[in-house]
Design a protein around this ligand. Structure first.
Ligand code: ADE
Ligand code: ZN
Length: 333
């Protein structure tokens, strides 16, 4: 099964580039940039990756991002992720980045976006991995700060496909960002938002009704509301679910309690993603394997999850059909 899942062509639609910063690279960049880390070794750092909730994780994640300083650092971070994609047959990616995590430390917006997009362009040229880059607003910061970030992105709209919303969900509901999402929509950007991860099903409804999002990130709490589940099915609104993230952040107490396959079987367009793989114990294959081990996921279910990842990506119709054809071929072999 591991070979089958690893070699299966797939797309990743929920991945924070800052969350791919492996401890080894964190130490290397800290050294390169003369930054002191509050840990003596990779092992000590890894031992700190024991989270009680989302905020516990976010505190470490923002601290880790401090080592990212130069355009080359952002390039190296993105390239390291691409190497994982290659190894795991991820052929299309729609990664997130959090510009405010960097601009608030005095790193220019250009440094961040140029390093990331140069690596993604190289990945496309060298390996044919297609991509759409998504810029996220940090929801614990203000609406004004989000507008400022959108303004900084304006000269770079050719490099991003959409806008997202992440960070602490509790206390920062979608309504706070209604106007900035409306502006991004006017500019023709696609929209996603984290909702229903730690927050209630109502945040999923508000992300749909107030932000007019095209896809929901996480959304697992939607299952608390049967009417909402009916709506997601009828309107084919995809959820980018992150199994290992959800167990590491105690959204589910155990993988055997995860609702992803129940939602899949009831007709919700769910996909599998790794969120912050360097912090949560694995990339795409490890997430699929966790579903096989704890929920007895079948090959048919895995193929349907991969099909959803292509169909509900923001790739062109032509590219979607090309990827779906590759998956059909894979299924035959
Ligand atoms: N930023 C990075 N990972 C996140 C997650 N799982 N939820 C909210 N914000 C995040
Ligand atoms: Zn996320």
């Amino acid at each position: 099964m591991e070979n089958f899942l690893n070699a299966m062509p797939k797309a990743e639609l929920h991945l924070h580039l800052e969350g791919t910063l492996e401890p080894e690279l964190m130490f290397k960049l800290a050294d390169r940039n003369g930054i002191e880390l509050p840990y003596d070794s990779v092992e000590q750092l890894k031992a700190a990756y024991d989270f009680g909730n989302l905020q516990d994780f976010l505190d470490l994640y923002y601290q880790g991002a401090n080592v990212l300083q130069t355009e080359q650092d952002f390039y190296d971070l993105t390239w390291a992720y691409i190497e994982h994609c290659r190894a795991q047959h991820v052929i299309h990616v729609e990664p997130f980045f959090d510009p405010q995590t960097h601009t608030d430390r005095g790193i220019p917006f250009e440094t961040v976006i140029n390093g990331i997009s140069r690596a993604l362009d190289d990945a496309k040229a060298r390996f044919g991995i297609t991509y759409g880059l998504i810029m996220c607003f940090l929801r614990h910061l203000s609406e004004a700060a989000a507008f400022e970030t959108l303004k900084q992105a304006e000269p770079h709209l050719d490099k991003i496909i959409g806008i997202g919303l992440d960070s602490s969900e509790k206390g920062h509901p979608p309504a706070k960002f209604e106007r900035v999402f409306a502006k991004a929509r006017e500019w023709g950007l696609l929209l996603v938002a984290h909702a229903g991860e730690e927050g209630p099903a109502q945040n999923v409804i508000d992300a749909l009704d107030l932000l007019h999002i095209n896809r929901i990130d996480h959304g697992v709490r939607a299952s608390d509301d049967p009417e909402l589940i009916k709506r997601l099915i009828e309107d084919k609104i995809a959820l980018t679910v992150c199994p290992l993230s959800n167990t590491r952040l105690k959204v589910f107490s155990d993988m055997s309690k995860h609702n992803i396959l129940d939602m899949l079987d009831s007709g919700v367009k769910v996909t599998v993603n790794s969120d912050d793989p360097a912090y949560f114990g694995g990339y795409m294959t490890e997430n699929f394997m966790a579903l096989y081990r704890s929920l007895n996921m079948s090959k048919e279910q895995a193929l349907e999850l991969a099909r959803n990842s292509f169909e509900y990506s923001f790739a062109s119709r032509e590219r979607k059909d090309e990827m779906l054809a590759l998956l059909s071929q894979y299924q035959m072999t």
